[in-house]
Design a protein around this ligand. Structure first.
Ligand code: SF4
Ligand code: SF4
Length: 451
């Protein structure tokens, strides 16, 4: 054993002794942490070493970024989710970039010694405060107590000397499941709670930047990206108006959905188990909230980038939606029932009431397509795209005829046995001749025709 290794063992032993923990039990705990993080047993010495190097003392700062991870009203799904990340892997984050001084789920220690570590970290200041789970204001804050303290007091205190607050998962962002109507425990997102407390004069410090990382659970790639941004570049990422990282939550996921072409063509799944589902048609009619949800799930994907909700055949249930600044705008209240559109649906700045939606799924789809088309054009999202609405209307009215606006299109129609006699019937529908020819080539070459 080298002198350096001896010194490490010595420091570790001292640490264990201070905490009243036997070395064997400590290593067992490290093994548990390794398992939770998805690491091999070979990582146990590194975990022990990282804990040894953590910022525990009141006057030490250490090389690692001190981090406090508060677990409020939650299922710990976001912690579980983060433990699965591999780019960069959790070992890099936990062992090399941050010093997880306090985390109820992951910490090796527990009880008063862990609470002491948190208190000392707050005293030193300059830490990352990660919050998972909703805060509960109900019963004067007694709806959620941790270590015999009200969670509202814990959050107010922990925020006082933080450099940045990262709200991980939709529960911390907007109250999540717990905030769903009727919300008896008074669940609330961190941003709204702290902003309110500040406005009511209950906080004597300026709030640090708050970064909201929604989704249920949070996507580990999102959390890691925010942490890496802060740790390596010492800045919060560019944020949307509701404090979500703009690169991750600034664009409708519908815009990047591989089923988007089916949406545009009016090809929908109306029933699970149907042949339309087998063809991977658009899931809008079975409740997909993609057109109302801003998140880059189709790009970042989930489970080590192996897929995401729609790709797996499930409608997006909008777990990244909701406004953390407004009461009652939690993602669950906004989006349930998940497999139906019974609430107000917004497209391009227009909103439809349940009464309109109750006209029926077919009517809804037509309305949605038309209105969404207008909305997209108004917002410039289809700028430069072909004006297909006229062609579709004409096709619908003339099922046995073809729009033959060019020689190529005429040949294409003839090859499909369609009548070109109304070739000039709709002079406004100036379909592109080359596009017609391309479509024809696809249609006539594929068995059973194209779309
Ligand atoms: S409604 Fe859903 S399934 Fe359909 S295109 Fe949009 S995101 Fe994809
Ligand atoms: S696709 Fe929708 S439901 Fe699925 S994770 Fe993304 S925002 Fe949440």
């Amino acid at each position: 054993m080298t002198t350096k290794e001896k010194r490490k063992v010595s420091i570790l032993d001292e640490l264990l002794e201070q905490r009243g923990v036997k070395r064997r039990d400590f290593l067992k705990l490290c093994a548990g942490v390794a398992a939770t993080l998805g690491l091999s047993q070979a990582a146990i010495p590194r975990i022990a070493e990282a804990l040894e190097g953590s910022v525990i003392g009141p006057n030490t700062s250490g090389a690692l970024a001190p981090t406090i991870w508060l677990e409020l009203a939650s299922c710990t799904g976001c912690t579980e989710s983060l433990a699965q990340v591999d780019t960069p892997d959790i070992a890099t984050i936990v062992l090399e970039l941050i010093s997880l001084n306090y985390a109820e789920t992951l910490s090796a220690g527990a009880g008063w010694s862990l609470e002491l570590a948190k208190e000392q970290t707050i005293e030193v200041g300059g830490y990352i405060l990660v919050i998972e789970g909703a805060l509960m204001e109900g019963w004067d804050g007694d709806a959620l107590r941790i270590a015999d303290e009200r969670a509202t007091d814990i959050v107010e205190h922990a925020a006082s000397h933080a450099d940045v607050i990262v709200c991980v998962g939709s529960c911390a962002v907007d109250g999540g499941w717990q905030a769903a109507h009727p919300n008896p425990g008074g669940a609330i997102g961190i941003q709204r709670y702290l902003t309110k407390a500040k406005a009511e004069g209950r906080l004597d410090y300026d709030l640090p930047p708050i970064v909201n990382v929604p989704c249920c659970p949070s996507n580990p790639e999102h959390v890691v990206a925010v942490l890496v941004d802060w740790l390596l570049l010492n800045r919060a990422p560019e944020l949307t108006a509701d404090n979500k990282p703009a690169l991750m939550f600034g664009q409708y996921l519908h815009d990047n959905c591989p089923r988007r072409g089916h949406f545009e063509n009016g090809e929908f799944v109306r029933q699970f188990g149907s042949k339309e589902e087998a063809k991977a048609y658009c899931l809008y009619t079975v409740g997909c909230k993609g057109p109302e949800t801003k998140a880059n799930c189709p790009i970042v994907r989930w489970n080590r980038r192996s897929g995401w909700c729609v790709e797996a055949g499930a409608p997006c249930i909008g777990c990244a939606t909701a406004d953390p600044r407004r009461a009652g705008f939690d993602w669950v209240t906004m989006n349930t029932p998940f497999l139906k559109h019974l609430r107000n649906v917004g497209f391009g700045g227009l909103t439809f009431s349940p009464a309109i939606i109750a006209w029926g799924a077919a009517g809804l789809v037509v309305a949605a397509l038309v209105i969404h088309g207008f909305g997209m054009k108004a917002s410039g999202r289809t700028k430069g795209g072909a004006p297909y609405e006229l062609e579709r209307k004409w096709d619908k009215d003339h099922p046995d005829k073809a729009l033959c606006t060019s020689e190529a299109a005429k040949k294409c129609a003839e090859a499909q046995g369609l009548d070109c006699s109304d070739a000039d019937a709709n002079a406004d529908a100036d379909a592109d001749a080359d596009a017609d020819a391309d479509a024809c080539a696809i249609d006539t070459n594929e068995e059973g025709g194209g779309k």
